[in-house]
Design a protein around this ligand. Sequence first.
Ligand code: SF4
Length: 279
Amino acid sequence: MNRKERAQRTIEALREVIPSPETELKHENPYELIVAVILSAQCTDERVNLVTPMLFEAFPTIQDMARAEPDDILPYISSVTFPNNKSKHLVNMARRVVEDYHGRIPEPVSELMTLQGVGRKTAQVVSAVAFERPAFAVDTHVFRVANRIGLVKNADTPFKVERQLKRAIPKANWSEAHHLLILHGRYTCTARNPKCEICPINPVCIYYARAQGLPEDVSTLNEKKGKYYCKTRKHYFDDADLHTDRHGTEQICCPACGSMNVYYTKSGKSAKKVRDFRV
Ligand code: SF4
């Protein structure tokens, strides 16, 4: 299966379980969206949604925010991450938009990125969600999920992931796919303990296929004899060697023979790991 086919099957499967993929950040207009997205950097949408109603009540328009000082904004956003920086970003962003864009949030990603506090990801979200422009923002969820499923290959930066996803997915589906992958990453393909057994994509997921190929547990090991057991040489040991496998994953291996057929004696589980993509 090539990446385009895998991407198509992924989108089709996710559509079935996520019928209306959209941002979970509450907003009524582009101004509220850009503020919410700036606040959501390294913070949860849930937390942002708790603070924005009062913030928008106090500063209902971008002109109101432009007239404010960071110290006026701070009390409203003190419970989100990096409130000092974000209050400055919000005021400076609002002033630029009022001065240079007559109070209208610019639509192109390139112009959005010139506003303070607006990086590539924020600009793409605003451009796609507020103005329905084709953009593909890659956040931590999209990065992890795209790599795990195998929608991208050797993509170790958000920019590489974005480029490869844009090639694999038709332009008309970029915005939808972006939200599908975020929501899938948030609720099913979580960073720790992804729910692979109930995941609708597991038939096409490379991570799942590799995880299925891991050796089964061994129930007869004696923890007192050593921390690890090498099944190839059939001996116990405490100090393991490390080896990077062909997928770039650091694996525990036997110090005597170099075998990666190693088990934890406490749990009986194989020490082999499938490459993960948490950022
Ligand atoms: S099968 Fe597992 S790793 Fe693959 S997409 Fe689903 S939850 Fe994520």
